[in-house]
Each structure stands twice: as C-alpha cells, then as structure tokens.
Design a protein around this ligand. Structure first.
Ligand code: FE
Length: 207
C-alpha cells in the first residue's frame, strides 16, 4: 500500500518549524484574541492527551489479551472492535492492527515517512519515533536499532517491521513475561511499557 500523505493536515509531523514553542504561543495568542478558539476547549484537548490518553490504555488491552484467549483472538482479528469493548477509540486510531510477538517473530513499528501512531492506545508519539534516524534505520537495520534500545533477541527470532500509514496503525502485543502467571490484570498491565507496544522494548519482568 503506498504511503498516503494526504492526512498531513491533521497530523503531527517531523517537519516542525524552528522554535515551535514560540510559534505555538504566538498562534494561540492570536486565535484566542480574535475569539476563534476557546481557551478552555484548548485546555481540555491538551489535558486529554497529557493525562487521559496514553500507553496505560494500550497496556490494558495487552494485559487482557494475555489472560483472556477469546479476547486475544478478537484483538488479532479486529483490533478496533476489541478496543471498543474496553471503551477505547478515537482520532488516529481508526484502523488499528494488532501484531503479536512470539518466540519466532518479533514485531516492530515505524512510520517511515512521518509519525503515524495509534494515539488512543499509546498517546502522543515520543520524539525518537518521529526522528529521521529511527524512521530510516528501523527498516534498514532493525536489529541494531533494537540493540540500541537494549533489546537483544535470540538468533532464531525473525524481526518483522511494520510501516504505519494514515490508513493503518499497529499495536505490538509483546510476549507475556515469565513469572507473571499469578498476577492480576492491573499488575500485568504495569509490565507493559510503551516501547514494548511499539516493538522497541519487551514487557518488564515481574518484581
Ligand atoms: Fe505517517
């Protein structure tokens, strides 16, 4: 599928102007001064992405998939329907595909042309995800990139790199760590890091 960039209008992009904070402040001042935006509405949006939406939501999905084989099956077959069961939906998450790590295959996600990312599950993408270096190298030398993130896979494990687009965002379902058998959902979710759901990390080991 060609990478369609018609979505860039409503999309955070790597090509930021210099001193973006100053430009944002200037724009905000003008828009509020002219009565074009409501400062309270703007605060509500910022609050949503700073506090309400974030990797803790993706972690709930993964933990549920670990303990509930039927949910796991639904997640892999139709991630949006499974997310909706947990009340998770929203912009930049319209078409999510869940890809599961196994002993044989490790999945890793990149957007080679910009920064497509499943916001409702993971929040706003980290700076490195949008960087030129990650976008170029994740495809060319994934094992080296993984090593830099502290992830070393067994020789026999294949690395599969998924290129996000405006149409499809990916969620990696990391492998459930050994020793986590007795844990409840909340304790399992606490092991699921943001990076483990991008594929640049592994789920944490139980304490
Ligand atoms: Fe993109």
């Amino acid at each position: 599928m060609p990478h369609d960039h018609s979505h860039d209008d409503d999309h955070p992009h790597a090509l930021l102007p210099p001193e973006p904070a100053l430009r944002v402040k200037a724009l905000q001042t003008i828009l509020v001064g002219k009565g074009l935006v409501d400062p309270e509405a703007m605060e509500a949006i910022l609050e949503t992405y700073e506090r309400k939406v974030g990797p803790h939501l993706g972690a709930q999905v993964v933990a549920r998939a670990w303990v509930d084989p039927a949910f796991r099956g639904r997640l892999l077959a139709d991630a949006n329907a499974a997310m909706a069961e947990l009340g998770i939906a929203g912009r930049q998450g319209e078409h999510v595909v869940a890809v599961e790590n196994t002993a044989g295959t490790h999945n890793m996600v990149v957007c080679t042309l910009c920064s497509c990312y499943p916001w409702p599950l993971l929040g706003i993408p980290p700076a490195w995800y949008k960087s030129d270096a990650y976008r170029a190298r994740a495809v060319r030398e994934p094992r080296r990139v993984l090593a830099e993130f502290g992830v070393t896979l067994p020789e026999g494990t294949k690395v599969r790199v998924w290129d996000s687009t405006a149409e499809v965002r990916y969620l990696v379902v990391p492998m459930r760590p050994e020793g986590s058998e007795g844990l409840d959902l909340a304790a399992l979710a606490a092991l699921v890091t943001r990076d483990s759901m991008i594929g640049t990390g592994l789920a944490g080991a139980p304490a």
